[in-house]
Design a protein. Structure first.
Length: 293
């Protein structure tokens, strides 16, 4: 027990001598890190508004954050009793190495093709990015499910990021019968898209004949809307197209097959069938009696 009591006594003496410095240094470290984090968050939001499409904003924020953390650690160490000259030299070397790695090695390191808040499609998953770590990405789909996808899997697959462009193209595809007025159908479909306030005027809506299929004429309407309005605009344009076509009397096509028979061949086949049926109904005929002379 004597060694343990001795260690406890030494620990108590250390607290008595340096307890105040330890508490102050710990308080400086915690408060300094919180302030550095707050400054980093505000700077990132500011630079994102000023330079939304550049990677230099992220690099600048990382450099500033490293310098702030280095300064906080140095102040805490000096408050604890370390020599300022040695601490600042050591932390300055560490900060310069970290900044150099960020500036020169960052282009060589793989990075995720999205950031938090983006709507992306990674593989078969479509949803919004909620968090990114060194190991995985947390993706929340639109049906309320949360997926933790390994970053290695994302980097090795095709990723669609819907936030890289401000606008998206809406496709409104319909099929009409061959006996309908094609030009009228094109005008009506174009009018449906033009009358919607969300549809962009440049480039304007266009209607194309996509295909002359076996049982329908396939039309395709194309227009552009803001990225945030894409899904609702697409659904409502499809609904408006259906109601407008019904109002204008334009019939949609359904899968069908037209069968044409040659009337002459049909009559011949019908006559042969009728004769066969008559022979069957009459039954076998008796052979004529032979006269014996």
């Amino acid at each position: 027990m004597n060694p343990e009591l001795s260690r406890m006594q030494q620990f108590g003496d250390t607290l008595a001598q340096h307890g105040r410095e330890m508490v102050i240094a710990l308080a400086v470290l915690i408060l300094g890190l919180l302030v550095a984090r707050w400054i980093d968050k505000g700077l990132r939001n500011l630079l994102q508004r000023i330079m939304p499409k550049t990677v230099y904003a992220t690099v600048a924020c990382n450099v500033v954050y490293i310098l702030l953390v280095t300064s906080v650690v140095a102040l805490a160490a000096v408050e604890f009793g370390a020599k300022p000259t040695n601490i600042f030299r050591l932390l300055t070397i560490i900060a310069l190495i970290a900044v150099g790695l960020i500036l020169f090695l960052r282009p060589l390191l793989p990075s995720m093709p999205f950031k938090v808040g983006n709507t992306v499609k990674a593989g078969t998953l479509l949803g919004k990015v909620e968090a990114i770590t060194f190991i995985n990405t947390r993706l929340r789909t639109f049906d309320g499910k949360t997926f933790f996808v390994p970053n290695s899997q994302i980097l090795n697959d095709v990723v669609i990021n819907y936030h890289f462009t401000q606008t998206r193209r809406v496709k409104v595809d319909v099929s009409i019968c061959y006996d309908q007025d094609l030009l009228k159908a094109k005008r009506v479909l174009e009018a449906v898209m033009t009358e919607d306030a969300r549809v962009k005027t440049k480039p304007g809506p266009m209607v194309y004949v996509l295909n002359l299929a076996a049982s329908a004429v396939e039309l395709g309407g194309r227009c552009w809307v803001d990225n945030k309005d894409y899904w609702v605009a697409r659904c409502e344009l499809l609904e408006k197209t259906k109601l407008r076509f019904d109002q204008e009397g334009i019939r949609f096509a359904f899968p069908q097959l037209d069968l044409h028979l040659n009337p002459r061949e049909a009559m011949e086949e019908q006559g042969i069938c009728s004769a066969a049926v008559s022979d069957q109904e009459a039954g076998p005929q008796a052979e004529p009696d032979e006269t014996i002379a």
